[in-house]
Design a binder for this molecule. Structure first.
Ligand code: ADP
Ligand code: ZN
Length: 223
């Protein structure tokens, strides 16, 4: 039984890692971004309110996100634990989470900013199913960072569904820098908060997920 939070800047692979590690530990992977998008799709009252913020790239107000997260972690499949991806994003959310449940471990994924920018600039997403690819080839001998591209079988076409691959507007370099700044501003207090609690674990990402996943699992299992 383990309750884990994944923290990490845009481009660190937070979503990829949590969606691969959840099944390995047989616990659900909970992404507040996904939960919110579902509400928006279902056209619920909460979804309508959330959409106003999401469309502008702003954070959804704490009370809405906390409500939706609380409902999710109270479901029976969370009794054995869970991985949170994209929550908490503010200190206020972290404090609210403490009232809902006890977190065992916070994994903070680290990658240098210049690598994050290169990596995000190379990201290509399927318009239809959201599957992710990457066209950049990172080989940084000095810092020992190696990330081969994740190319589709056919250029510009999704392997899974045949949809068109495109570059998100917010994956353009100027916007990426802004997103990183917003991320660091907001999460600094979270990192301090969990460091003080003694449950923060730092993890340096320096290779592709196939190599990183077993190492993260080892870190989790070492307690
Ligand atoms: P990204 O990592 O690109 O921001 P997400 O899927 O994590 O994508 O989130 C999409 C949007 O959902 C965010 O831009 C934000 O509006 C909203 N959102 C997700 N999680 C939270 C949260 N914990 N607090 C506030 N807003 C959130
Ligand atoms: Zn697709």
């Amino acid at each position: 039984m383990v309750k884990i939070i994944f923290l990490g800047p845009p481009g660190s692979g937070k979503g990829t890692y949590s969606s691969r590690i959840g099944p390995e530990l047989v616990i659900p992977h909970i992404s507040t971004g996904d939960l919110l998008r579902n509400e928006v799709k279902g056209d619920s009252e909460l979804g309508k309110k959330a959409a106003e913020y999401m469309n502008k790239g702003n954070l959804v107000p704490d009370d809405l996100v906390i409500e939706i997260l609380k409902k999710r972690v109270e479901k029976p499949d969370c009794e054995r634990g869970f991985i949170l991806d994209g929550f908490p994003r503010t200190l206020n959310q972290a404090k609210a989470l403490d009232k809902i449940t006890n977190i065992d471990m916070v994994i903070n994924l680290y990658l240098p900013d210049d690598i994050l920018i290169t990596k995000l600039s190379g990201r290509r997403v399927c318009r239809n199913c959201g599957d992710n690819y990457n066209v950049t080839d990172i080989k940084d001998d000095e810092r020992g960072i190696y990330m081969a591209p994740l190319l589709p079988k056919k250029e510009g076409v999704c392997d899974k569904c045949g949809g068109e691959l495109y570059q998100r507007d917010d994956d353009k370099p100027e916007v990426i820098k802004e997103r990183l700044e917003v991320y660091y501003q907001k999460t600094k207090s979270l990192i301090d908060y969990y460091t003080e609690k003694g449950i923060l674990k730092q993890f340096n990402v320096n290779a592709v997920p196939d190599i990183m996943v077993p190492k993260i699992l080892k870190l989790i299992r070492s307690g």
